[in-house]
Every structure is written in C-alpha cells, then in structure tokens.
Design a protein around this ligand. Structure first.
Ligand code: G6D
Length: 347
C-alpha cells in the first residue's frame, strides 16, 4: 500500500488536501477533505490497463461550477425532503431550500460542501482516510449537533469501504451516502448505457413529479426495473415506462435491497471491469446521469447524459414522510453506522 499527499487548492482560507491511496495491483483512490470528494478512482481492466472509472475534476473551481455532487459524501439527509420541512416530536423543522420548494442532499451547505478534518490510519493490508466533522445544531435547519466520521478504506484485495459513523445529542434524522458517478469503460471512453446491472431487489419506489418517493413500493417483475438477472442500463433509457420517462429517460429511483451478499453487480463487458457492492443499508438509489450538463468538459471529455451512474446506498429518501418505510430517525446518543463494501474486479 502507498499514500501520497498533495494540495488541491484553498477554500475559506484553508488548504484543501488530496490523499491518494494505492495498492500493489495499481488500484488508486484520490479524495479531498472538501466534501470527502472522490476525485479519481483508478482500476485495472481485464488486460491490466489502469484507467480512471469515475467522473471528477482537477480543480475546486470546476467542482463549484459544474459538479452535480461528483464523488461527494451526501448529508445530513440524502435525497429530497418534501416541502423542505418535517415534524419530529411535535416540532416542525424548516430545512434549507435548494431544489424548487424542496430540500435536496443536505441543503445549500451540506456535507458535500464542508471542509473535513482528516487523519490517516494504516493497516497491515489497507490504508484508511478518516474524515471528521461536527455538524452543529440547526445546520441547514436540522435538529441536533451531530458528530460525524466518514471513513474510506482501500485494501490490497481491491476492496473499498465507505463507512459513516455518527452520534447526535438530540433526536434527529440522518441518511448519508456517497454520490460517485461510476463509468467502468475507463477514462470515460463510452457512456454507461451498455453497462449491465444486477440488483437483488424485488421492489422499487415510484416517484412523483418532484422526483420524491410517492410512498408506493412496486414489484419489479415484468418491468425495466427488474435487474434481478441482469439488465443493460439502456433498457430504462429507451423505455416508455412512465417512471423512467418521469426521471428524464432513465433511472433516479430507490430500490429496496434484499439482505444478501453481492446485492449489486455492475459490469462493463467491453473493458471487463466489474463492481460488486454490499451494504448494511436498506436501499440504493440508481441515478443514471439523466440530467448531466452537455456543455462541460470533464478531463477533456465532453459531458453528456449517461456519462456516469450513481449507486447511492442509503436509507429511504423522504422516509420521515412515509412511516411505512424504515425510518431515518436516530435517537439521542444512538450510534449511526452505515457501511458499504465495493469490490473491483474483472471478467
Ligand atoms: C438530480 O434527481 C437527481 C438526483 O437524484 C441527483 O442526485 C442529482 O440530480 C445530482 O436532481
């Protein structure tokens, strides 16, 4: 294992630091302590070619101007909160408005736009980056002072762990995720339309016009939402299904995950790269980059829809308004622990 440290610009008068961890097979992750953003992820294809497999930039300015959460940690609450408000124990909290009349991905200054302290932990066959932040009571309108850790760990076995640990001094809601856009073709050679996804999920949540869960969980059987035996992303892009049309000709939906091993498998048959994800979270939001801007260059590649896809393992978006779903409420002093294991391989 190897670690390199460099400066990635300045923000609020502070140096933003990039850490690059690499292992002996050449796999490499670079992340910065602004938004815990994963700016680059290098993985081998079936022939051993080491290429970048995520959407990212090389300057903070590009993130400010063009990034729809590329690579960032999301919090306090991933997804949209309807009406940017919720009621907890009889008190109604009004959250920052940043998505029409709603609250999206933690608000105007969510975890993705936060400067985190960072420490390094070296294991026998792994290196971890431990990011830390204390989100104060009332931040973006949320109750409770929440002490948060985001831990990225890369191992010699091409495993990457996303772990989130938090504790609040008041009852509140919390739902963290990572918003990396994957493109396994390598260096953005193609879009993700031909990527094949397998999901151990029997139900997805339908969305309303504001892309907020309606509260309805629908069986995937017989629809382009059935990824149980593998499906090309293109199917949903080309589908006339009202829900894929609503999402902008693609997916932007939460899927309820079975408790199983290898719940998520993404494969690019052209390069042979695979990504397996396993999580303790009840859902994953599949977002296929339907709204990626066209007039941006991403490391020399012209951005376009479907240039990357997100697999945001998390709790249920807007669960606070849907008691039939697993809650995202955490109790005072109750430890919150989310962990997702990503294993990169080839076929
Ligand atoms: C769009 O609806 C989608 C979200 O799911 C995504 O996270 C965001 O773009 C970047 O708003």
């Amino acid at each position: 294992m190897n670690l390199a440290i460099s400066e990635f610009g300045k923000r609020e008068g502070k140096k933003i630091i990039a850490h690059t961890i690499s292992n002996s097979s050449g796999m490499q992750i670079t992340s910065i302590n602004y938004g815990c953003i994963i700016t680059k992820l290098i993985a081998p294809d079936r022939n051993g070619n080491l290429e970048n497999i995520v959407l990212g930039f090389d300057t903070l300015e590009e993130y400010d101007r063009h990034s729809p959460y590329f690579g960032a940690v999301i919090g306090r609450h991933a997804g949209r909160i309807a009406g940017r408000r919720f009621t907890l124990d009889g008190i109604t909290y009004r959250l920052a408005k940043n998505d029409e009349g709603n609250h999206l991905h933690g608000g105007l200054k969510g975890f993705d736009k936060t400067i985190w302290d960072v420490e390094i932990k070296e294991g026998k066959d792994s290196i971890s980056l431990v990011y830390h932040f204390l989100s104060k009571d009332g931040a973006e309108g949320y109750p409770g002072s929440v002490d948060v850790k985001v831990i990225y760990t890369l191992t010699e076995k091409n495993e990457l762990f996303f772990s989130y640990e938090a504790v609040s001094d008041k009852r509140t809601i919390l739902n963290m995720t990572n918003h990396t856009y994957f493109n396994l073709s390598g260096n953005l050679k193609t879009t993700i339309e031909q990527h094949e996804l397998t999901l151990k999920s029997n139900q997805f949540l339908t969305l309303n016009e504001a892309l907020i869960p309606t509260g309805e969980a629908v069986d995937v059987e017989g629809t382009v939402f059935d990824f149980r035996t593998g499906r090309r992303i293109q199917d949903g892009i080309e589908s006339a299904h009202p829900q894929t049309r609503l999402a902008g000709n693609g997916y932007d939906h939460p899927f309820l995950l079975e408790k199983a091993e290898e719940q998520i498998l993404l494969t690019d048959h052209e390069s042979g790269r695979t990504l397996i994800m396993e999580t303790n979270q009840p859902a994953v939001v599949l977002y296929t980059g339907n709204q990626l801007e066209g007039n941006v260059e991403i490391r020399g590649t012209k951005s376009q829809s479907y240039l990357g896809l997100c697999l945001e393992t998390q709790g249920i978006p807007d669960a606070i308004h849907h008691p039939q779903f697993q809650t995202t409420v955490i109790e005072k002093g109750e430890p919150y622990k989310s962990i997702t294991k990503l294993t990169f391989g080839t076929v």
